[in-house]
Design a protein around this ligand. Structure first.
Ligand SMILES: NC(=O)c1ccc[n+]([C@@H]2O[C@H](COP(=O)([O-])OP(=O)(O)OC[C@H]3O[C@@H](n4cnc5c(N)ncnc54)[C@H](O)[C@@H]3O)[C@@H](O)[C@H]2O)c1
Length: 275
């Protein structure tokens, strides 16, 4: 497959779960990866540990992107990687991160909008408007702000890939999760709108819609719930982060040059009629 080796990718919310699997697979394909998330724990001088890391420059601890202020840019033989704190709710923070990446690695060619909140469960009567706002702010506006920050550079180089991590909930709705379902459906709308605008500028914009994927974030669900979800999935199992990352890698590659505006289910058939 024609890869995007040597390009620069930025992944949001990548300290664990799907984001870190995506970052690792892109890096393994020779792409220079910028790992960003809310929390950055600044470790003092631990170059040995960083050197040993499979994805040099960041550790994969949940909710913690570890880096060293003096060696925050750690070069492996083939790729360069950076770990930076970035809150997708904060436009100024986003601009600073994109400026820093431009200086250190070059234009962001591939943006993976992965940061997301999934924690607002409850039927309408108990839904809190502030939590609704927060979900939309992180899951949808965050992707808009990061795409906007990446757009000019992609237009200038006439090449870009934006990959939005939506959800099966964006395709089908989500019982008891109206803010999640709406934000992920909105992400598909954003994907298609930007795909139209990017089509003549060399920029493709696609969404990936995972079903239930085995990450730490879903471990808080009761076993009965997970069993029920497995039983309504045609393949009768949860997906792995790597199975989602593989689709992202394809969309990020030169080989996916004629794919845009797609919302690709990675669900093991959970969005199919099954019984
Ligand atoms: N795990 C699943 O079953 C599943 C299914 C469909 C879609 N998704 C989507 O995949 C993405 C990753 O999910 P995951 O399972 O790895 O969960 P996760 O909770 O491990 O990942 C979400 C990441 O987003 C980060 N984040 C939250 N708010 C942020 C902010 N304001 N700025 C920057 N980062 C922020 C978190 O710190 C976290 O690292 C999410 O968008 C989620 O909605 C997951």
């Amino acid at each position: 497959m024609e890869t995007s080796s040597g390009k620069v990718a930025l992944v949001t919310g990548a300290s664990g779960g799907l984001g870190s699997a995506i970052a690792s697979l892109l890096e393994a394909a020779g792409i220079n990866v910028v790992v960003t998330d809310l929390l950055v724990e600044r470790k003092d001088q631990d170059q040995t540990a960083l050197g040993k890391s499979p994805s040099a420059g960041h550790s994969m601890d949940r909710n913690c992107v570890s880096t060293d202020p003096t060696v925050s840019e750690v070069r492996t033989t083939e790729t360069k990687s950076l770990t930076l704190e970035m809150d997708v709710r904060n436009p100024q923070n986003i601009s600073e991160v994109f400026r820093r990446v431009e200086q250190d690695l070059g234009t962001v060619d591939i943006l993976v909008n992965n940061a997301g909140l999934m924690d607002n469960f409850g039927l309408m009567q108990v839904q809190n408007p502030l939590r609704w706002e927060e979900h939309l702010r992180v899951n949808l506006t965050g992707a808009f702000l990061c795409s906007k920050a990446a757009w000019t550079g992609m237009v200038k180089s006439s090449w870009g890939r934006i990959i939005n991590i939506s959800s099966i909930a964006g395709l089908m709705g989500a019982f008891g999760q109206p803010s999640y379902g709406a934000s992920k459906a909105g992400l598909i709308g954003l994907t298609r709108s930007l795909a139209l605008e990017g089509a003549t500028a060399g920029i493709t914009v696609n969404a990936v819609c995972p079903g239930l994927i085995h990450t730490d974030a879903i471990k808080s669900h009761k076993p009965e719930f997970l069993d029920r979800m497995k039983n309504r999935t045609a393949m009768r199992r949860l997906g792995t982060p790597e199975e989602v990352a593989a689709v992202v890698l394809f969309l990020a590659s030169a080989a996916a040059s004629y794919v845009t505006g797609a919302a690709i289910p990675v669900t093991g058939g959970a969005d199919l009629y099954t019984f």
